[in-house]
Design a protein around this ligand. Structure first.
Ligand code: ADP
Ligand code: ZN
Ligand code: ZN
Length: 804
C-alpha cells in the first residue's frame, strides 16, 4: 500500500491554489502526519510545503508522482483545527491557502529561502576562482559569491552544469540550548571512579566525592565551579573518567524583564458579578456564545476577564486574551501574570524572533495555559480552548492589512464554535458593528455602567481654540489647560498630555514656493525626524537628509512643520520650567524595555507630566493621574475615512478614562477647532449610546457599514496606463457579473495614488446581500492569477476594509 500526502506548496502567486499529491517515501511513513512541514520538488526547484491530508491513492499516475524530499517536523506544527481554519480563511478572505497557513506560525517557522549553489562535479573540474569555496562544503550560499563578485563565474559554471542552483529553507530563531552537566546516575560507577583517582589529584577526588550527593542530577557547570571553588579543567577531567557528562538542554528565552507579585481576586461589584455569572454559565453549557462586554473606562472589565479565565483554568482549559498592540503595555500583561504566574505566555511585536518562537513553543508543548497577545495570538495552538477575550474590540489593529486580510474577531468566533466556548468582546466604546449585533441579539450584551471603585467619571471641558486665537494666544496650550496644569503641579498630582497624531506627521516645506518634500517612490510627503535630521517615507523606507535649500526653487527658507511631541516638550519647558516631563513616542521607545521603564518611572512619581501619542491612550492605570489634556482633538476627525468620527470619539473616551481612576477626582481638557462636532460634543458628555444612534444614522444615509458591507478591489502597476486600463477591466467585469442593485464605485485612484512606484486604482463594492459576490470575486482572482499577473498587475481584494 502506498501513502500519498496532499501538500500545499509555498510558491508565490501560482495560478491555481490547491494541494498537490506527493508520495511519502517508505522511511517517512511512520512519522508523517498532517500539519508537518516538508520539502518537495516543484518544477525545477525544491520548495517548502505543508502536509494537509494523507491518503492511500491518487489520481496522479504512479510513474509521475514525485516523492517528498525531506520532512522538517516530526511533531506537526499545525493542529487539525488550524488546517480547517486555514481553509476557512482562504475562502473568507480570498487569499492563498499557503498565506493562511503561514500566518498561524511564528516567523521562525515561516520558511525563508536562501539560494544555495550545489556542486555537481568533482571539485577538481571547477575553475580556480570557485574551487576554494567548495573544498570544505558541497553547498555554498549564493550571497557569498555575490559578495565576492563571483556571479559571472557562477553563471558560467551553472551553464556548464558543474553546479546547480537550489532554494533551501532558512531557519531563523532556532531553539536555544545551554550546556549542562549530568552527574552519573550510578553510585557504583562513581565509587569505582573515586577509588581509581590518584591521591595527588585532590581536587578531582573532592569533586567526585561531592557528586555522591547529587547522583543523576542535571545542573549548570557554573554551580559546580562556585560550590567547590574548582575549575573547568577539573570538571573536564572527571567527565573524561565517566563521573559525569555534558548534555545540551533546551531552554526558553525569558521575554519578561522583571518578576511580578501575586495578586488576589477582588470582590466583584454587582455589575461585574452578573457579567461573570453569564459568562461562566455559557462555559458550563459548553456552548459557543459571543458576549459584548460594554463597560465604561475603569469599570473593571479586566477583573471580569481575570476571573472568567480562572474558572476556565479550573475546568482544565486554556484561555486566549487579545489586546491591541499599542495597549500591550507591561502594566496590562503584569495584571495577567500577577494572577496566573508561570502559566502566562505573551506574544507581541516587541519580542525578538527567538522569544516569539519560544513563547509559541510553550503554548504548543502545553507548558502554559494563558496567552496574552496582539492580533496574531488568536492562532495560539491550544487544543482545548475554554475562553477567548478581545479587549478594546473596536480597535482597527485587529484587522490585518496584508494577506490574509482577516479580522481577529471573526477568527475568535470561528474558534469559539470549534471549541464550544464563549468569546468576550470588551470595550468602553464598542465598534458600531458589534453594538448593532448586540442590539440584534447576535451577541449577548453585558453592561458595566459604574466605575469599579465608585469614582465618578472625570469632568470634561472642551476648549475652542478659535477663541484662544482671537484673544491673541498663538500657543498650542489654551489658557484653561495651562491653568489646570499649574494647579496639578502645585498639588503634586500627575498629568497626561495626549497628542493625537493619527495620520498626521511632521513634514518639510519651502516657505517661498510651498514645495513639500515628497517620497520619490510614493505620493506621500516625507516625515521629518529630528533625532537624526532625516526625512523618511513611512511606506517604503526611502530616506534623505534634510536639504539645506529647496529642491524646486533653491530658497533656503526651508522649515519643518507639524506639532510633534518634541515641539510640545519644548513648549512645556518654557511654560513650566520646573515640571519634570517624560515623553513617550516612537522615538523614545525604540529600545527594548524602554516603554516599560518610562511607565515605571511615571508610576513611581519620577515625573509630573507624561506626554505621548496613541501609545498612552490605553491601559494606563495610576492613582495620581488627575488631569488629562488633549492638545488637538481634530487631527483624526479630518481623515478621509468614513470611520473618522467613530475613531475620534473612541480615542477621546479612552484618553479621558486615564484620569481619576482611583480616589482622586479627574479632569479632562479637550482642545479643538471644531467643538460643535457631534463626536466631540458626545465625547464631552461621555455617553456612548447617543453617539451610537447619531453615527448609525449617518452611516445609514451614506450607505456605509454596518448597514452595508464593503469590498475593496485594488489594482496597481508600474505604468499608470496599464493600472488604469486593468482597473477599468475589473470594474466592467464586476458590473457584468453582479446584480444591478449592488453599487460599484470606481475605478478611482486610491487614497495613496502611488506607492513604491506603483500607480494604484480601486473599486469599492457596497452591498447588503449578494450571494454571488464571493464566487464572482474568486473568478476575478482566477483571471488575475492566470493572466493579468504576467503583465505586472497586482490585484488585491479586501473584504471589510478598515481604510478605504
Ligand atoms: P477597565 O478595564 O474596565 O478600564 P480595570 O479592570 O482596569 O477597568 O479596573 C479599574 C480599576 O478598578 C483598577 O485599578 C482595578 O484594580 C479596580 N477594580 C476593578 N474591579 C474591582 C473590584 N471589584 N473591587 C475593587 N477594585 C476593582
Ligand atoms: Zn522652494
Ligand atoms: Zn515611499
Amino acid at each position: 500500500m502506498i501513502t500519498v500526502a496532499e501538500v500545499i506548496v509555498d510558491v508565490a502567486a501560482y495560478p491555481v491554489d490547491r494541494p498537490f499529491d506527493y508520495l511519502v517515501p517508505a522511511e517517512m511513513t511512520n512519522i508523517m502526519e498532517c500539519g508537518s512541514r516538508v520539502k518537495v520538488p516543484f518544477g525545477p526547484r525544491n520548495v517548502l510545503g505543508f502536509v494537509v491530508a494523507l491518503k492511500n491513492d491518487t489520481d496522479v499516475p504512479l510513474e509521475k508522482i514525485k516523492p517528498i524530499t525531506q520532512i522538517l517536523d516530526i511533531e506537526p506544527v499545525l493542529t487539525g483545527e488550524m488546517l480547517q481554519l486555514a481553509k476557512w480563511l482562504k475562502n473568507e478572505t480570498i487569499c492563498y491557502e499557503i498565506d493562511a497557513l503561514q500566518v498561524m506560525l511564528p516567523s521562525a517557522l515561516r520558511a525563508k529561502y536562501e539560494k544555495v549553489i550545489t556542486l555537481q562535479t568533482d571539485v577538481e573540474h571547477l575553475p580556480s576562482s570557485l574551487k576554494e569555496w567548495f573544498e570544505k562544503s558541497e553547498r555554498v550560499y549564493l550571497k557569498q559569491f555575490e559578495k565576492n563578485n563571483l556571479l559571472p563565474d557562477i553563471k558560467k559554471a551553472l551553464k556548464e552544469k558543474m553546479v546547480s542552483l537550489e532554494n533551501v529553507v532558512q531557519q531563523k530563531g532556532k531553539v536555544k540550548e545551554v550546556r549542562k552537566v549530568r552527574i552519573c546516575p550510578e553510585r557504583e560507577t562513581l565509587t569505582e571512579i573515586f577509588n581509581n583517582i590518584s591521591k595527588r589529584a585532590k581536587k578531582q577526588k573532592l569533586l567526585v566525592e561531592w557528586m555522591f550527593n547529587h547522583v543523576g542530577e542535571i545542573m549548570e557547570p557554573d554551580i559546580i565551579y562556585k560550590e567547590l571553588n574548582t575549575s573547568s579543567q577539573v570538571l573536564q577531567a572527571v567527565i573524561e573518567l565517566g563521573a559525569a557528562s555534558f548534555i545540551q538542554q533546551e531552554v526558553y528565552r525569558d521575554p519578561f524583564t522583571k518578576d511580578v507579585k501575586k495578586t488576589d481576586f477582588l470582590n466583584l461589584t454587582d455589575e461585574q458579578s452578573t457579567a461573570l455569572y453569564k459568562i461562566t454559565d455559557a462555559m458550563n453549557r459548553k456552548q459557543p456564545e459571543t458576549f459584548l462586554l460594554h463597560g465604561i473606562t475603569g469599570s473593571g472589565k479586566t477583573e471580569v476577564y481575570l476571573q472568567a479565565i480562572a474558572k476556565c483554568l479550573e475546568e482544565g482549559k486554556e484561555a486566549i486574551v487579545l489586546v491591541p498592540e499599542i495597549s500591550l503595555t507591561p502594566q496590562m500583561t503584569e495584571r495577567f501574570r500577577s494572577r496566573f504566574g508561570e502559566l502566562v505566555a505573551v506574544m507581541h511585536s516587541g519580542l525578538s524572533v527567538g522569544e516569539k518562537y519560544d513563547e509559541w513553543r510553550k503554548v504548543h508543548q502545553g507548558k502554559v495555559k494563558v496567552v496574552v497577545g496582539a492580533r496574531s495570538a488568536i492562532f495560539a495552538p491550544f487544543e482545548n480552548v475554554g475562553i477567548i477575550i478581545l479587549d478594546e474590540e473596536h480597535e482597527s489593529t485587529y484587522k490585518q492589512e496584508d494577506s490574509p486580510r482577516y479580522h481577529a474577531r471573526d477568527v475568535a468566533i470561528w474558534r469559539s464554535n470549534y471549541h464550544s466556548c464563549p468569546v468576550i468582546l470588551g470595550s468602553a466604546t464598542p465598534s458600531l458593528e458589534s453594538f448593532a449585533r448586540s442590539k440584534k441579539k447576535v451577541y449577548t450584551l453585558l453592561t458595566l455602567k459604574e466605575r469599579a471603585l465608585k469614582q465618578s467619571l472625570p469632568t470634561v471641558q472642551v476648549v475652542d481654540m478659535r477663541d484662544e486665537l482671537k484673544q491673541g494666544n498663538r500657543s498650542m496650550f489654551s489658557q484653561q489647560l495651562v491653568e489646570s496644569i499649574r494647579i496639578r503641579l502645585e498639588r503634586k498630582e500627575q498629568i497626561v498630555l495626549f497628542l493625537n497624531r493619527r495620520g498626521y506627521s511632521a513634514f518639510v516645506l519651502c516657505r517661498d514656493c510651498g514645495t513639500v518634500l515628497q517620497c520619490e517612490n510614493c505620493d506621500i510627503s516625507l516625515t521629518y525626524h529630528r533625532s537624526n535630521e532625516k526625512c523618511k517615507c513611512h511606506y517604503c523606507g526611502y530616506e534623505i537628509h534634510v536639504p539645506k535649500t529647496c529642491p524646486q526653487c533653491q530658497s533656503d527658507h526651508i522649515r519643518f512643520f507639524g506639532t510633534g511631541t518634541q515641539k510640545v516638550e519644548e513648549e512645556i519647558a518654557k511654560l513650566f520650567p520646573e515640571a519634570r516631563v517624560l515623553r513617550m513616542d516612537v522615538d523614545t521607545t525604540k529600545t527594548k524595555g524602554s516603554h516599560e521603564q518610562l511607565l515605571q518611572a511615571f508610576g513611581d512619581g519620577e515625573a509630573d507630566i507624561l506626554l505621548g501619542t496613541q501609545m498612552i491612550a490605553k491601559g494606563l492605570d495610576y492613582p495620581n493621574i488627575t488631569l488629562v489634556g488633549v492638545l488637538s482633538a481634530d487631527t483624526s476627525l479630518h481623515l478621509p475615512d468614513f470611520r473618522a468620527a467613530e475613531k475620534t470619539f473612541q480615542l477621546l473616551t479612552q484618553v479621558s478614562g486615564r484620569a481619576g481612576r482611583h480616589s482622586k477626582p479627574g479632569e479632562v481638557v479637550i482642545q479643538t477647532y471644531t467643538p460643535e462636532h457631534y463626536a466631540i460634543e458626545l465625547a464631552k458628555s461621555q455617553e456612548y449610546e447617543p453617539f451610537y444612534e447619531r453615527e448609525m444614522h449617518m452611516r445609514h444615509q451614506a450607505g456605509y457599514p454596518p448597514y452595508y458591507y464593503l469590498a475593496l478591489i485594488q489594482i496597481s502597476h508600474h505604468d499608470v496606463m496599464m493600472a488604469a486600463e486593468y482597473a477599468g477591466k475589473a470594474a466592467d467585469w464586476l458590473r457584468s457579473k453582479l446584480s444591478f442593485n449592488i453599487s460599484i464605485i470606481g475605478p478611482t485612484t486610491a487614497g495613496i495614488s502611488r506607492l513604491q512606484n506603483r500607480y494604484r486604482y480601486q473599486c469599492l463594492i457596497k452591498y447588503k446581500i449578494e450571494p454571488n459576490l464571493i464566487p464572482t470575486l474568486l473568478q476575478l482572482i482566477k483571471l488575475y492569477r492566470s493572466d493579468w499577473i504576467k503583465k505586472g498587475i497586482i490585484l488585491t481584494v479586501d473584504l471589510d476594509p478598515t481604510m478605504i
